[in-house]
Write a protein that binds this ligand. Structure first.
Ligand SMILES: CC(C)(COP(=O)(O)OP(=O)(O)OC[C@H]1O[C@@H](n2cnc3c(N)ncnc32)[C@H](O)[C@@H]1OP(=O)(O)O)[C@@H](O)C(=O)NCCC(=O)NCCS
Length: 164
């Protein structure tokens, strides 16, 4: 298996389709996904040229980062790749304050094991809330936001490593 920070152009469509299919990830436009990939805050796993999955973080500001994306392509799930992508991304974030929102029970379990604290939306730092409003609530995402957002089970997690 190869690990790098670049995704091949041919696989961008596959990632967008997998994200759209998942009830656990709010949709990205192609432009947003490409911007995220170009930021080099992404880990990508390939196996003999086949995309296995990716994980990514986004910088919120100088104090906070978001664990923003974790995705394993459907046919490669339950083989340990997701855990590895998650763990290797977290290693990059050592020493940083991390925010994550998840409705996936497996990821929620991993976050708890890694000492993330589950908090209510109202307990999130203001800077994280402003970031969410600015970046996530967009008109073109409204349908997706209503469809996935209302599913329930979304939980908010923080891991504070740096005093602000
Ligand atoms: C969530 C997701 C990334 C997990 O990826 P994955 O590759 O299936 O995860 P893993 O295989 O590493 O682990 C999943 C579970 O399968 C188990 N597992 C791992 N290897 C296994 C194997 N060889 N055989 C059977 N089960 C296995 C693991 O034990 C793990 O459960 P545990 O942590 O309770 O032990 C993946 O399901 C996904 O992309 N889902 C859709 C998008 C999504 O929900 N993303 C998360 C947003 S927060």
């Amino acid at each position: 298996m190869e690990q790098n920070q670049n995704i091949q152009n041919k696989d961008v469509g596959l990632v967008l389709t997998e994200i759209a299919k998942s009830n656990n990830i709010f949709s990205y436009s192609r432009k947003e996904l490409i911007t995220l990939l170009n930021n080099k805050t992404v880990l990508v796993f390939y196996n003999t040229k086949k995309l296995i999955g990716l994980s990514a973080y986004e910088n919120i500001n100088k104090n906070w980062v978001e664990l923003a994306l974790l995705l394993v392509i459907s046919q490669y799930r339950n083989q340990g790749y997701g855990k590895k992508l998650y763990e290797e991304l977290l290693q990059l974030l050592e020493g940083k304050n991390v925010y994550c929102c998840s409705r996936n029970p497996v990821v929620q379990k991993w976050l708890k094991e890694d000492n993330f604290e589950e908090v209510s939306f109202y307990k999130l730092p203001k800077e994280v809330v402003f970031y969410l409003i600015r970046k996530k609530i967009k008109l073109h995402k409204l349908k997706d936001f209503i469809r996935k957002g209302l599913l329930g089970g979304w939980k908010y997690y923080l891991r504070v490593k740096k005093t602000i």
